[in-house]
Design a protein around this ligand. Structure first.
Ligand code: BGC
Length: 699
């Protein structure tokens, strides 16, 4: 990336002048040294101005305020560049145009492919920077506790190990650019119902083992530049005002030296939040400036506290290159098109790799129609030319750029096989059934609607779509259902259809990806990052006290504890509709030769995966640990995985090292990670419910 001394553009003077006036511009100094030099030159007013934002209409590149979620103006005298903040996890959002709509983060997790995720992060960060943005408000790493959560699509699913791996890869990619990534919403944000006021009440072990690990990984492994505290309360303390979690845990235990930013309008009292560990009050707060200033005058807010906050902001800015390579000043940046063919290529690969084949009776897929046959394509998401069905709603919503609809892509692809496509939008089930009845195969696209601010009432498909699927399936036994959903849905028609494919919210490359998968040009390479239940009641959070919460949904009681997602299904022996980790392939695999090696505390597991079919294909073998009884853990916990591509009859050795931490539980008596001595069973399989190899190790 070109190094630009763009500060000159802000100051109206040359780079040489800037570095003479601002010695902290010297790259020879460490970020912390640069921050302390600059701090020493700042007045109290300079400092306070860096701790909150102003209206985004003041941002030079925003279009009437659109395009940015937050804006901290520059301070030209001190060579401090502006901070521009934008969402988020699925692409550059907040009304920006000309950016790539990537598949939703839940889809990203369904790839189980951190290497690809890093490319996505790198593309996302680069697009942000081109748009004048230097703080990206993502990733969202809140664990999927409640499947009805309106932001279920926006994070990486129900498992802390998988979520951590995806988050680290995403942040690594974003921060390859001079852009600060923001891991959110700390520490817990499981539901949208009463999100500003609900207290999520959970025990320390559950917090440590399930909800905090992705934040820890983001800070320790990815060196994330910012952490966003959540709207709600945890154990009756506001998250943005919690001295134990922000102060003691994040600052002292994890030694996080970057920015803690509030969720938008989540700061109730700037002095109380500042004392607890918050740095940046977002989006705007004249009140924060006045209350902090009067606190300083009254002696209730110490100058050291303010200096600490400013140092955090500056250190991240220096470390991630915001001073050295701020976004280039450009005319009409709002109108600029920054999505590149390479970025769309990443979006396409993620969309294909994330597509999960849930059912494939009698090899209904890939579609292998003869010449001059007809496919009836049904459903609104197939024909929509807008972004309505390619992403979720709220701050993560990205305006689709030239989204290719499934109808367009399937028509083009079918023509190559000399097949025809007909279309019914599904608003009239009888018309859709008639179209399906006179076709050789039917593909029905259905959707759910997830958006920030609202939980789904239940897991049923909305708008009578179950009846639509049933009508089409009655008319044509070769019916394939494509789910464009942001999470689990119920499938009362499952026995009546030949195939089911989960395509999530697929982003711009929607049509291209689904056409490639349905016709077998691409492998449906995804595996579920979240359990799909059989009903609304067979859920870890089925009691109203758990979700939306007791006392008029003001107290969400996490009585399931660490039994979140598949951990609960395993512990209660309740069969899910589709288990965590599940996904079929167009070929078949077998696993053999499990070997467990130990050297000191290091445990390495090796096994062979062989493609036993006649097509090339992708598999995601998964390693779960079953701890000794004394640890009192759920029956299985993910501790390793790898994505492998294999030619027909090809075999490969997969070697996984089990992280030390995976053997430990959080001991509430000693307040430490503890390894229970005993036998740990090592379970290797194709999903959490399809264990093929077993071994053990003693610890
Ligand atoms: C969301 C955050 C988002 C922020 C800025 C809030 O409503 O909870 O995730 O980053 O808005 O758009």
């Amino acid at each position: 990336m070109a190094a630009l001394c763009v500060v000159a553009a802000w100051t109206g003077s040359g780079p040489a002048d800037a570095s003479a006036r601002c010695p902290w511009m010297s790259k020879a100094l460490r970020p912390s040294a640069r921050a302390s030099k600059l701090l020493a030159a700042m007045s109290t007013a300079d400092k306070l101005a860096l701790l909150t934002g102003v209206d985004t209409t003041a941002a030079p590149y925003a279009d009437g305020g659109a395009g940015y979620a937050g804006y901290v103006p520059p301070n030209p005298r001190l060579c401090i560049p502006a901070l521009t903040l934008n969402d988020g996890p699925a692409g550059v959002a907040d009304g920006q145009i000309g950016t790539t709509a990537f598949p939703a983060p839940l889809a990203q997790a369904a790839t189980w492919d951190p290497v690809l995720e890093q490319s996505l992060g790198a593309a996302l960060g680069w697009e942000a920077w081109q748009k004048g943005i230097d703080v990206l408000l993502g990733p969202n790493v809140n664990i999927a506790r409640v499947p009805e959560n309106g932001r279920n699509f926006e994070a990486f699913g129900e498992d802390p190990f998988l979520s951590s791996a995806m988050a680290v890869a995403d942040i690594d990619g974003i921060q390859q650019n001079p852009v600060i990534a923001t891991v959110k919403h700390f520490p817990v944000n499981s539901q949208e119902t009463n999100r500003y006021s609900v207290s999520e009440n959970l025990d320390e072990r559950t917090l440590r083992e399930i909800y905090l690990p992705p934040f820890v990984a983001a800070v320790e492994d990815a060196k994330v530049g910012a952490v966003m505290c959540a709207y709600g309360l945890v154990n009756v303390v506001y998250s943005c005002q919690d001295p134990n979690l922000m102060g003691t845990f994040l600052r002292k235990e994890l030694r996080f030296d970057g920015i803690v930013v509030s969720d938008w309008n989540a700061t109730r009292s700037a002095p109380a939040s500042a004392a607890a560990g918050l740095d940046l009050v977002m989006p705007t707060s004249a009140n924060a400036v006045t209350t902090l200033a009067s606190g300083i005058d009254a002696g209730t807010v110490t100058p050291q506290l303010i200096d600490g906050m400013v140092t955090h902001v500056l250190t991240s800015m220096f470390r991630l290159g915001l001073f050295d390579d701020p976004p280039p000043p450009r005319q009409n940046v709002y109108l600029s098109h920054v999505s590149t063919p390479a970025d769309e290529g990443v979006a396409l690969q993620v969309a294909e790799e994330s597509t999960v084949l849930l059912k494939n009776a009698a090899h209904a897929l890939p579609l292998h129609l003869g010449a001059h046959e007809t496919i009836a394509v049904v459903g609104a998401p197939a024909g929509a030319a807008t972004s309505a069905f390619v992403g979720g709603g709220g701050s993560a919503y990205v305006t689709a750029t030239n989204a290719v609809t499934p109808l367009q892509a399937l028509t083009t692809r079918a023509a190559k096989a000399k097949d025809d496509v007909t279309y019914a939008d599904g608003s009239d089930a009888a018309a859709a059934a008639a179209a399906a009845g006179s076709a050789d195969a039917a593909v029905v696209f259905v959707y759910d609607q997830e958006r920030e601010g609202y939980d789904r009432a239940d897991l049923e498909l909305p708008a009578g779509q179950d009846q639509l699927v049933e009508a089409v399936a009655r008319a044509n036994p070769h019916t394939i259902v494509v789910l464009d959903t942001g999470g689990p849905v119920l499938m009362p028609w499952l026995d009546q259809v030949a195939g089911v494919v989960e395509a999530w919210y697929p982003g711009d490359e929607d049509g291209n990806a689904i056409a490639a998968v349905l016709f077998g040009d691409a492998e449906p390479g995804g595996r579920l990052p979240q359990t799909f239940p059989t009903s609304d009641t067979a859920l870890p959070t089925a009691s109203p006290d758990q979700w939306p919460g007791a006392g008029n949904a003001q107290d969400a009681i996490f009585s399931e504890g660490i039994d979140v997602g598949y951990r609960w299904y395993d512990a209660t022996k309740i069969a899910p509709l589709f288990p965590f980790g599940f996904g079929l392939s167009y070929t078949t695999f077998r696993y053999l030769h499990l070997k467990v090696k130990t050297r000191g505390s290091k445990v390495t597991v090796a096994f062979t995966v062989e493609n036993t079919g006649r097509r090339a294909g992708t598999d995601v073998p998964q390693l779960y640990l079953d701890d000794p009884r004394a640890a009192d853990e759920p029956p299985k916990q993910l501790a390793g995985f790898e994505r492998v591509d294999l030619q027909p009859r090809e075999a490969t050795t997969v070697t996984l090292t089990i992280p030390q931490r995976s053997f430990a539980y959080w001991n509430t008596a000693t307040k430490a990670w503890t390894v229970a001595p005993g036998l740990y069973r090592i379970l290797v399989g194709a999903s959490s419910r399809d264990i093929r190899l077993r071994g053990f190790v003693r610890r």
